[in-house]
Unconditional design. Sequence first.
Length: 370
Amino acid sequence: MTAPAATALGVGLRVLVESPTTSAAQVVADAPVGSPQDPSAVARLLGEPLPAVLTFEHEHIPAAAFEAAAAAGVPARPSAEALVHAQDKTVMRRRLTELGVPCPRWSPVADAAALATFLEDVGGEAVVKTARGGYDGKGVRVVRSAHDVAEWFAAARIGGPALLAEEKVPFVRELAVLLARRPSGEVRVWPVVETVQRDGVCAEVLAPAPDLDPEVERAAVQAARAVAEGLDVTGVLAVEMFEVAGGDRGRVLVNELAMRPHNSGHWTIDAAVTSQFEQHLRAVLDLPLGETAARARWAVMANVLGSSLERLTDALPAVLAADPAAKVHLYGKEVRPGRKLGHVTVTGEDLADVRARAARAAAILRGDPA
């Protein structure tokens, strides 16, 4: 999804891909095949002509890749020092706490006794996470006793990821703040959005978040800016948050970070003045950032999570005929149950109508019966 923005700006892309059939390889001509864990593959990525900058589409990047970029004289944005906060949740929680960014109560838990103590402190129920490697609900478990994650503790004892525990937050809804920051310090923020999760995976994004209290909005943006500036992030940053209920109204608690274009910002392709993908390029190249205002009263993005169809393109006649204004984005991925295969964005003046149309378009692409 970065490729069209790069083409428009006249920016060349070279992408290290896992296989010749991955989504990026289907749209980028200069796509060497290999893993970021393979030094020879990274060397091909950093070969002539020398890139202006190295950036990433996910957090699972080894330190050796950053070292190779530094040796070649290619800046990495975000830097290894910033990205570690998206790679390791314990490092992230510790640093955000130091910065005064609002977070759930949390603690590293080295063993069952430590988790039992934390559970007692937070009322008997907590969320346990693997510090590294989890995403889309993986590596996250709600627990009432250490027995619920006994195998995770066993894995940690033989070199698996460490664990941390967080309080189970009684939240109203989940919000996300997407912003971009360039090395010179300029920051641009898109409207705060609401994200709707199903089975731990983002299913919908509502932009802007409906009925958002101005106090909550200010708190959310303030927290996101504090993260970007405190961690010296360059590029696009997504800060996922909980809006807290009751007497804590006006408060937000930061849940997760992503230092890259993010699913919560896909709506910006069709419904913001500057998409997150164009903005990421501007930011990592230290170009002036684009306007982030929405171009419609409401935008709803619905993810296509799995499909009964062998090829989603078979549904294009039906989905495009059903709603000519819907913007369909298919990722060229092999169909698997629950996999993010694409998304649909619909804009308009009435939120209920826009949301229903987006959901229906996604359902057609999933092959759901009418």
